[in-house]
Design a protein around this ligand. Sequence first.
Ligand SMILES: [Zn+2]
Length: 91
Amino acid sequence: MAEEELEVEEETEAEEAEEKPVKEKKAKPKAEKKKRKEKGMFSYYKVDGKEGLTRLRPFCERCGPGYFMADHGNRYTCGNCGFTRYRQQEE
Ligand SMILES: [Zn+2]
């Protein structure tokens, strides 16, 4: 709530200072605020321009496709069955 009040004050101030060049103070697009923090499944994929989607995590070999393994640096662990697989490729 406090943030909204601040924004309103800013706009009022801009109107009062009409003599100044207003070009730089164009209305900021505030519509894109809702885009952040889209986690969940999206964090398991990386959008690659050439190949489309690239999986950042391997699937669990026991549980099969759909069960991602957690990245623990040099190894992956399945959160479902506890299976641990050491990373094969070093990047
Ligand atoms: Zn598993």
